[in-house]
Design a protein around this ligand. Structure first.
Ligand code: NIG
Ligand code: FE
Length: 402
């Protein structure tokens, strides 16, 4: 067993009296990949103390759960710097999408890239997340939009999880955009998505199913067909909902007991109530809000009032959030959306785990995974406060330093 002392621990446990579940002068014991004991050092049972063969002095570091990014499109080809220029010359995200740019241009670049090229490009991005204490990261497909290409993306995502010391969760986002070869035939493309899903699932490549419900993407009726297919396979669903307009996506997703609804700038009261009843997490994406220069802030107060759990994610993607820093998202969640630093940190730990349907992480307590990060800060709020700093000293994944 391994022991860490001379640290304070932001456990993020909900039943704790202290903000952040903070324990000053804490001790943590890991047994293999799991935590055996977390508490005040003075309360550590003597026999556990004696059983620890490896003892680590954390030198006053703050320890938090390993960070969890529950919404990324990390694997893609090319970039969209040209589109960034177009937008700065007056074009809007929607106009570019309708003109065949946007997601479609990334689809073209992604299809043209080999698995090795995608792996190289995506690994570089992933390493940035790893440097900042991320131990679990979700990756969506959705830039292939045909069987072999979606398979390539999901295989690259799985391979990244195997070669790097973190957990990668994969999400099939076949219903992300209409591929050019299906122009004007969205329902036919949904048939195609329904054909891809069971095959990719049978290959062990799919942990969850997502869709983009929006006027520039798919209608609630079309998303509903995808979710029915997911449900039939026993796969959990999540949804890109109410990003650019209110299309009732949140209610639809809640009807399918979605793990999460993501973006939500245009979420209605009915949507929030439905999410609360279904236990769906609200995944807020301040990077996309910032990068698209949106002005409509997600209804934070409404989410609080309905008791909807809030997660924060990077949405790492080439079009709306070319971002590889979850710490920066913590800051932006506070500055742009007015979350408290404590809510923001819960958003990349406990609630992010919930948004992925994982109940063994996101909180530091006995029986949870020994995934945690050591930070060179005195107070948890410093993680959300700084812009562009990376105070991560070390990350422990499944009980071992990486
Ligand atoms: O989460 N909203 C849809 N999908 C991505 C953007 C993808 C892209 O523009 O390439 C998002 O913002
Ligand atoms: Fe997204």
């Amino acid at each position: 067993m391994k022991l860490w002392t001379h640290c304070s621990v932001a456990t993020m446990a909900t039943d704790a009296a202290q903000a952040y579940g903070l324990i000053e002068d804490a001790a943590m014991v890991a047994d293999g990949a799991m935590l055996r004991w977390v508490g005040p050092r003075t309360a550590l049972p003597a026999e556990l103390d004696a059983a620890c063969t490896q003892r680590h002095d954390a030198q006053g570091a703050l320890i938090t759960p390993g960070l969890i990014d529950c919404h990324t499109h990390l694997v893609y080809g090319g970039d969209r710097a040209r589109e960034f220029e177009l937008r700065l010359n007056g074009a809007t995200y929607e106009e570019i999408a309708r003109g065949g740019g946007g997601i479609a241009s990334t689809v073209q670049a992604t299809r043209a890239a080999s698995a090795e090229q995608l792996m190289g490009q995506s690994r570089t991005r992933l390493r940035q997340f790893l440097c900042e204490g991320v131990t679990t990261l979700e990756i969506k497909s959705g830039y292939g939009l045909e069987l072999a290409q979606e398979r390539k993306l999901l295989q690259v995502a799985r391979a990244l999880g195997q070669e790097q010391a973190l957990d990668v969760r994969t999400t099939f986002l076949g219903a992300h955009a209409l591929p050019p070869e299906f122009a004007g035939r969205a329902d036919d493309y949904i048939d195609e998505v329904l054909a891809m899903l069971p095959r990719l699932h049978a290959e062990g490549l799919v942990d969850a199913v997502d869709a983009f419900c929006e006027r520039i993407a798919f209608s609630p009726a079309q998303v509903s067909r995808v979710f029915e297919a997911a449900q039939a396979l026993g796969l959990p669903v999540k949804l890109h909902a109410e990003q650019l307009s209110d299309s009732g996506g949140a209610q639809l997703a809640a009807h399918f007991a979605a793990l999460s609804c993501d973006h939500l700038e245009w979420l209605s009261e009915e949507g929030a109530a439905a999410m609360a009843a279904a236990g769906s997490v609200a995944v807020l994406l301040p990077g996309a809000f910032y990068f698209l220069r949106e002005t409509k802030v997600p209804p934070i107060e409404m989410l609080r009032r309905h008791g909807v759990a809030i997660a924060i994610a990077s949405d790492c993607n080439p079009g709306s959030s070319p971002c590889t820093s979850l710490l920066l998202m913590l800051n932006m969640a506070c500055t742009l959306f007015r979350l408290t630093p404590e809510e923001a940190l819960a958003g990349v730990t406990r609630h992010a785990a919930q948004a992925l349907g994982l109940n063994d992480r996101g909180v530091l307590a006995a029986g949870m995974r020994a995934d945690f990060a050591l930070w060179d800060v005195q107070r948890p709020a410093q993680l959300a406060y700084a812009l562009g700093a990376n105070p991560c000293l070390q990350t422990i994944f499944k009980g071992a330093p990486r």
